[in-house]
Ligand binder design. Structure first.
Ligand SMILES: *Cc1c(COP(=O)(O)O)cnc(C)c1O
Ligand SMILES: [Zn+2]
Length: 484
């Protein structure tokens, strides 16, 4: 007996099922989101998650090398021959000892899952490999997405490497240049339409339905199957023990939804004892999930209070509220996976917090200062952790894994602006403004002259050859010693 995969409506009152050979982004009956579900053949599954780790040593077999497909038994909807892989998911969980100590946590308890190491520089590759595999199964040739940037970068890369035509819809002026440069370089047809991300996505859903483009946004349930593996890799790095908390930024809420599904299934399959708690972090300028959950909205066994959601969106429209945050990857007002996110919060006993742009940029600088680059949206995790520690929702002794969703070089403008006050997006540069970043690290203007350089470095010319004698301390952060 083989494990059978099928698509299923998440609404328990409908629960309609569809063949995996169909291309759908919503239930044709009731319009709700779809899951990929499985009738598991448990006998064919590894008895323990440990069996997966051995596969990684098999570096020459692309499916074993992939950080997604070496877990293929847990997303078994495709035959090996159909898989579109570009070596995604070679990411690692880094023990952020110094940063954890700086935040007052117990030694060794803070971990950062560095998804910026993916081929296109964000976690999106985990989902894109699964959705492209499905696109290949159904014979699609043109693939499309609306994007705040990283989805389009990932789509463009996978399209270029696997022989699809990539089509990308971006909003006006909202995209970080690192991301736009990728979509252009990988040859995606890039359409910049007026409006924000929410407008873009609504349009691309309409256009793709009418023109038969295969839609790669996270309403595509196959995306989320690939993104489950981020959790498997975190468990693997922790010797298959659950951390106490998973923290993730929330934009369209596909990632947190995938995490909840991953743990729900692992528990169902008897492969895990304890499910970690989930913290989803919104930016205050794009806080739909936070507002609705704070107002009491829950999964409620699948009977989500739709009236409360509709009412919230009406209020946003009436008040002219559009998503606005420096963390462009989570600048989303109408998160399409909202209901799945509520379900994930239920599965993982989760919480939602919101953090300001300033908190995000300070957290990003802190992450950077301890040696991990990430883009602003990713830093919402550490800003959220700081807040949840202060509110005693997370305890200092608990083990926390934050997902750093995107690479630091995705949005260098945000970083340069933080440190120098120079806004690279302005054509004519004014003299650099006073910076407001607390950890601002400005380049120092210095004459092309030895004495001037020595002075700028705070060195003593007489002891220049003695590298231990410098009193130079380049940082406003106190680097703590580590004790075990
Ligand atoms: C897409 C993205 C997010 C948001 O993830 P969702 O699944 O949409 O909630 C966060 N950070 C980065 C870097 C992203 O690219
Ligand atoms: Zn339905």
């Amino acid at each position: 007996m083989k494990t059978i995969a099928y698509q299923q409506c998440i609404n328990p009152n409908c629960a309609a099922t569809f063949d995996v050979g169909q291309t759908l982004t919503a239930c044709t009956g009731c319009g709700e989101l779809l899951d990929i579900n499985y009738q598991w053949n448990k006998a064919a599954l590894p008895k323990s998650l440990r069996e997966f780790q051995a596969r990684w040593q098999n570096r020459r077999f692309p499916l074993d090398y992939s950080g997604v497909w070496r877990f293929r038994d847990l997303l078994p909807f495709a035959s090996d021959a159909m898989v579109c892989t570009v070596g995604e998911g070679q990411t690692f969980l880094q023990n952020a000892v110094c940063l954890g100590r700086h935040l007052g946590m117990w030694p060794g308890q803070l971990w950062l899952q560095y998804e910026g190491m993916n081929p296109s520089g964000s976690f999106k590759d985990n989902g894109m490999t699964a959705a492209f595999t499905h696109a290949r199964i159904v014979g699609a040739q043109r693939v499309a997405c609306a994007s705040t940037g990283n989805t389009s970068a990932s789509l463009a890369l996978f399209a270029a490497m696997n022989g699809f035509q990539g089509i990308v819809f971006i909003g006006t002026g909202k995209i970080a240049f690192g991301k736009l440069s990728q979509a252009l370089d990988y040859g995606a047809r890039t359409l910049q339409i007026e409006g924000d991300f929410d407008t873009c996505l609504a349009r691309v859903r309409q256009v793709s339905g009418q023109l038969g483009l295969y839609l790669m946004n996270s309403v595509n349930p196959f995306r989320l199957e690939g993104q489950k593996t981020i959790m498997y890799r975190i468990l693997e790095a922790l010797n298959w023990e659950s951390p106490d908390w998973i923290i993730v930024p929330g934009g369209n809420l596909g990632n947190c939804s995938a995490f909840g599904k991953a743990f729900f299934e692992l528990r169902e399959l008897g492969l895990i004892k304890r499910i970690p708690r989930l913290a989803v972090i919104n930016a205050t300028g794009a806080n739909t999930l936070h507002e609705l959950v704070a107002g009491g909205l829950t999964w409620n066994g699948g009977n989500v209070n739709q009236a409360a959601i509709t009412e919230h969106y009406k209020r946003m429209e009436r008040d002219g509220i559009h998503a606005h945050t420096v963390a462009s990857a989570i600048e989303i007002g109408h998160p399409v996976n909202l209901k799945k996110a509520l379900r994930a919060l239920h599965t993982m006993n989760g919480v939602v917090a919101q953090v300001t742009d300033e908190e995000i940029l300070e957290a990003k600088a802190l992450i950077g200062r301890f040696g991990f680059g990430c883009e602003p949206a990713s830093a919402a995790t550490i800003a959220g952790l700081q807040q949840l520690l202060a509110r005693n929702i997370i305890s200092r002794h608990e083990r926390v894994a934050c997902v750093l969703t995107g690479h630091g070089l995705k949005d260098p403008d945000a970083t340069v602006y933080y440190h120098t006050g120079v806004n690279t997006k302005q054509a004519k540069q004014p003299e650099a403004q006073a910076t407001w970043g607390h950890m601002s690290n400005q380049p120092v203007k210095v004459a092309d002259d030895l004495d001037a350089i020595v002075q700028a470095l705070g060195l003593d010319k007489n002891t220049l050859n003695n590298s231990r004698s410098t009193g130079y301390v380049p940082t406003p952060v106190e680097l703590p010693f580590v004790e075990y």
